[in-house]
Design a protein around this ligand. Structure first.
Ligand code: UD1
Ligand code: CA
Length: 485
């Protein structure tokens, strides 16, 4: 495709009508997620990257759900309904019937083969077109071919036919070269052969694979392209296979990032979606997941034990043991440990969200700090402001949410409740333990505490015989000198 200079039009047909019974899922198989895309999303991404001019997706089982997903991720693709799943040949026949003008090369991809690389699709197409064949199948040598179609070659190694395991002779079953379910066809040859498919097989289905025998029998060239990496051809039939594909893709993604200069300290416990972007010299520590549109800039350190969903991390920032969704962490900012950043969190350069702090719709200005044990909801905090330990931004009155503004270099004492809507002016102070519901003007101190009263001798009178009473009595006998030790 992109590697070829010819002007042949390339159409990709993705087969995605099957239910995937062995997944035992209410979700159609091709919609199961795998590191940032659905199974069919990966296949479509490979098709696009390989330069498909046109994409048709054959849908069937839970078609509305699959179509809705396609509209979201690949609006340019055409969905074609295969109401009854009468086999892979039937599926492609229906796709071609929906596109009567189609010519050039038709690439057929399985919707459940998500590790296939765009480069491999392009090489398959290049091999197919350069030989002017009627059909070329992508094959792979695998250790365990169980359940898959086998590539049957003649004495000189040419493709004779593709046989399904259940229709194969014992000798054919011993073949370890399998059909990956991925093909390139000449559109006209394919159309003609599909019209001749029979259902004379163990499943009573129209087999796409029979196109090879049919074309060969009329003297049309058919061939095999062997996948450079058999791993790419793995399909997904149940959850266990999905988990192994996920681990393989994790390794592929992590290796690529490490080669591009990202430090991944423990690749086996680091899960990075294919949609994430990382800059060289970013560091990802163990047990971390980077999800969706997350990005991490140069020199930032993420993890250990961190999940970032749709979160951007600026250069040189640190994000330690944190769960974050929809947040922007500015350059050299610091987050964690045990922080929870929620959507709309925007942390400017060098700001800090410390241990056990939750933020939502919260902006921290440059160098602002919320170091310990706070909830910051619907707030703007000015540059250099300091929010004391245990401060709560009370943003919800049970009916509506309101905003709090804390001005530049304001200082909010520990254990304060800021009851929104409320404003603390630039350079204002709030005394520890206050409940602030009215504006604290710039430069003022806001205090709402009751005055302190000490009841002398209370411990000995009301808690006689306790260790506390004994300590107080000893202190009274020994005087201040002992207390100062
Ligand atoms: C098919 C091949 C087999 C190959 C294997 C690779 C045939 C007859 N056999 O096996 O040689 O080794 O793929 O995975 O083609 N689908 C439809 N409509 C249908 C039937 C299937 O859209 O009527 C879709 C499925 O959703 C799936 C793909 O086609 O995405 C392959 O179907 P599946 O049943 O998994 O493959 P097999 O027929 O077992
Ligand atoms: Ca089948």
């Amino acid at each position: 495709m992109e590697y070829s200079v010819s002007q042949t039009s390339r159409t990709v047909v993705v087969l995605a009508a099957g239910e995937g019974k062995r997944m035992k899922s209410a979700t159609p198989k091709v919609l199961h997620p795998l590191l940032g895309r659905t199974l069919v999303g990966h296949v479509l991404a490979a098709a696009t990257a390989a330069g498909a001019d046109r994409t048709i997706v054959v849908v069937g089982h839970k078609a509305e759900q699959v179509e809705a997903h396609l509209a979201e991720i690949a609006p340019e693709a055409t969905a074609v309904l295969q109401a009854q799943q009468n086999g892979t040949g039937h599926a492609v026949r229906i796709a071609l019937e929906a596109a009567p003008d189609l010519s050039g090369t038709v690439v057929v991809l399985n919707g459940d083969v998500p590790l296939l690389r765009a480069e491999t699709v392009a090489s398959l197409v290049a091999a197919h077109e350069s030989q002017a064949r009627g059909a070329t199948v992508l094959a792979a040598e695998v250790p365990d071919p169980a359940g898959l179609g086998r590539i049957v070659r003649d004495a000189s190694g040419n493709l004779e036919r593709i046989v399904e395991e259940r229709d194969a002779s014992p000798r054919e079953r011993a073949i370890r070269e399998i059909n990956a379910g991925i093909y390139a066809f000449d559109a006209a040859a394919l159309r003609e052969a599909l019209g001749k498919l029979s259902t004379d097989n163990d499943q009573g289905e129209e087999y796409l694979t029979d196109v090879f025998g049919l074309l060969a029998s009329v003297g049309r060239a058919v061939g095999v392209f062997v996948a450079p990496d058999a791993e790419e051809t793995l399909g997904c039939n149940d959850r266990a296979e999905l988990a192994s594909l996920r681990a393989l893709l994790r390794d592929r993604v992590n290796t690529a990032w490490m080669r591009s200069g990202v430090s991944i300290l423990d690749p086996a416990t680091t899960w990075i979606d294919v949609t994430v972007s990382l800059e060289p010299d970013a560091v990802v520590d163990q047990n971390s997941q980077l999800v969706g549109s997350t990005s991490v800039a140069a020199g930032a350190v993420v993890g250990p034990d961190t999940t970032l969903i749709d979160t951007s991390v600026g250069a040189g920032a640190t994000v330690l043991r944190t769960h974050s969704i929809g947040a922007e962490v500015g350059p050299a900012a610091s987050v964690g440990p045990f922080s929870f950043l929620r959507p709309g969190t925007r942390l400017a350069r060098k700001s800090k969200v410390g241990g056990f702090v939750e933020t939502k719709n919260a902006e921290l200005g440059e160098g602002a700090k919320v170091p310990h044990l706070s909830y910051v909801g619907d707030a703007s905090i000015g540059a250099q402001a300091n929010i004391g330990a245990g401060t709560i931004f009370a943003n919800y009155d049970g009916v509506r949410k309101s905003r709090t503004t804390v001005g530049e270099a304001a200082f909010v004492g520990s254990d304060t409740v800021l009851i929104a809507p409320v404003e603390v002016g630039p350079g204002a102070y709030v005394a520890a333990g206050s409940a602030i519901a009215q504006e604290v003007p710039s430069g003022s101190l806001g205090v709402t505490r009751a005055e302190q009263r000490n009841v002398e001798g209370w411990t000995s009178r009301r808690r006689p015989g306790t260790v506390s009473a004994a300590a107080a009595e000893r202190f009274a006998a020994e005087g201040d000198g002992a207390a100062a030790e």
